[in-house]
Design a protein around this ligand. Structure first.
Ligand code: GLC
Length: 478
């Protein structure tokens, strides 16, 4: 089968969030010898040279954007089971940010139209074009629209995946016809109209795709409700006959405590006690008291309200005052949250370290170092951090929502089963109780070992989900 996977970010080339991790690992898992899988993304100037020294120039062409003709340079790179295409246009992608520019609507219309034209330019008659998040929502529409006049596109099916429903790509409606060259007829409320003068790219992905998916079963249910849908519940319900929830995996070669070069000491399920040396290393690195017996709780997260940061800052004072713990934060985000963690760090320098940056290698060491990982998200389509934590025998404490609910089984004291701790409501008291339960449990070495082992035995690689994606693709071709 021929598959084109389209994403605005793909790890390791360029990453702002979990989308990049998925786009950087799922296509490779799908790309077995019998499948021809290719991935396309913009050639941002922000991509570090070391990743693209070997890219090869393929060709160039132009796309019509309203009255303008814009250049598209095509570069390629073969890596693992996948061919990557990078679309080059300095006017749109030589910027200091990948999103948040004044002309994002135009930039991503350019990208989407260029992708659909790419298929023909390189004569890749894809069976499936798999699109992701708002930056690619128009592609299913373009494919259907192009197919009206060009049978190259007529058998092509599209799949659209929602990773983050909060960002929908809402822009003034006139860009659809003035820049995108699409008929205004698509801009009705059953189509991609958002308000009387705006359109919504994500809505286009939902409406015009042949199937749409999200990244866990629970989240696929949640987005049908106003609480989680960010206004799209009616549209999602109208199209729910083609909605699927397929949980994310992680790349077990990249995240592997036996071989991860970022660790101070390697370990596996049989040598789990060596994990401690990673904790000692983080303590030294972050100027915390070096003591293997102090439980370490980590958060590795963007500092955004959706991640439940308010619940944490609400209980932090009491927690730090009363408990003998170390709390480590790695991540950047909203200033008010960075300030609040900085405040706790200055008040409790022996107990809290706040690192407001993101460093991939350091995050791996921290996953291996911590005893527990906190993820009290208000909403979580899938979540990747908890999957990484499990792999490193670090016990997730999560709010039971979306993918967190689907991947973490709260520890059951009666049966001795479970791989984490959970709480249900958006309630700081419940979060505190869950943390206390975990802190209680870690005092019992034998019990804690059991739970660490069941964490490490959880299976969250791409095997099962990549097969489900292939099944979904096959189903659409029938
Ligand atoms: C988004 C979601 C996260 C998910 C990731 C990859 O970042 O917030 O829950 O794991 O996309 O699908």
């Amino acid at each position: 089968m021929k598959i084109l996977y389209v994403s605005s970010e793909v790890a390791p080339f360029i990453k702002t969030g979990g989308l990049a991790d998925v786009a950087g690992s799922l296509p490779n898992a799908i790309g077995k010898p019998s499948q021809d899988v290719r991935v396309v993304l913009p050639l941002y100037s922000l991509i570090k040279d070391k990743y693209i020294t070997d890219i090869k120039f393929e060709k160039y062409y132009f796309v019509d954007l309203g009255w303008r003709r814009q250049y598209v340079g095509v570069f390629s790179l073969k890596k693992g089971n996948v061919t990557y295409y990078f679309l080059d246009n300095e006017y749109y992608f030589k910027r200091s940010n990948i999103y948040g520019e004044y002309d994002d609507g135009e930039r991503f219309i350019y990208f989407q139209k260029a992708v659909v034209c790419l298929l023909k330019e390189i004569n890749f008659k894809a069976h499936i074009v798999h699109c992701n998040d708002w930056h690619t929502g128009l592609i299913p529409l373009y494919i259907k629209d192009f197919a009206k006049g060009d049978n190259f596109y007529s058998d092509m099916k599209s799949v659209y995946t929602i990773h983050n429903i909060k960002y929908q790509g809402i822009f003034p409606d006139f860009i659809l016809w003035e820049i995108g060259g699409l008929s205004g007829e698509y801009a009705n409320y059953d189509g991609l109209r958002h308000s009387h003068d705006t359109i919504n790219f994500m809505k286009a992905g939902i409406v015009y795709s042949d199937a749409f998916t999200t990244v866990s079963k629970s989240y696929a249910q949640e987005i049908k409700t106003p609480e989680y849908s960010e206004g799209l519940d009616q549209c999602i319900k109208n199209h729910s006959y083609k909605l699927h929830g397929l949980v994310n995996g992680i790349d077990y070669e990249v995240f592997n405590p036996e071989t991860d070069v970022n660790l101070k000491e390697y370990y596996n399920i049989d040598t789990i006690d060596k994990k401690t040396n990673n904790k000692l290393e983080i303590q030294r690195l972050y100027n915390l008291p070096v003591d293997e017996d102090i439980p370490m709780i980590a958060m590795i997260t963007r500092l955004a309200d959706l991640k439940g940061i308010d619940l944490v800052t609400y209980i932090l004072e009491g927690l730090l005052q009363k408990e003998n713990i170390q709390f480590v934060l790695l991540g950047t985000g909203e200033k008010k949250y960075e300030d609040s963690f900085k405040y706790f760090q200055s008040k409790y320098p022996n107990k809290l370290a706040s690192r407001n940056y993101f460093d991939e290698g350091e995050s791996h060491l921290l996953y291996a170092a911590a005893d527990m990982l906190l993820m009290p998200s208000l909403a979580e389509p899938c979540g990747i951090s908890q999957l990484i934590a499990l792999r490193y025998g670090t016990i997730p404490i999560v709010r039971e929502t979306g993918g967190l609910k689907d991947t973490i089984e709260p520890y059951n004291i009666m049966t001795n089963e479970g791989n984490g701790f959970g709480f249900r409501n958006k309630d700081a008291g419940e979060l505190l109780d869950a943390i206390k339960k975990a802190l209680n449990m870690i005092k019992d070495e034998e019990k804690w070992n059991t739970i660490m082992k069941s964490a490490m035995n959880s299976k969250n690689d791409w095997q099962k989900s990549s097969e489900e994606y292939l099944k979904l693709y096959e189903g659409l071709r029938l």
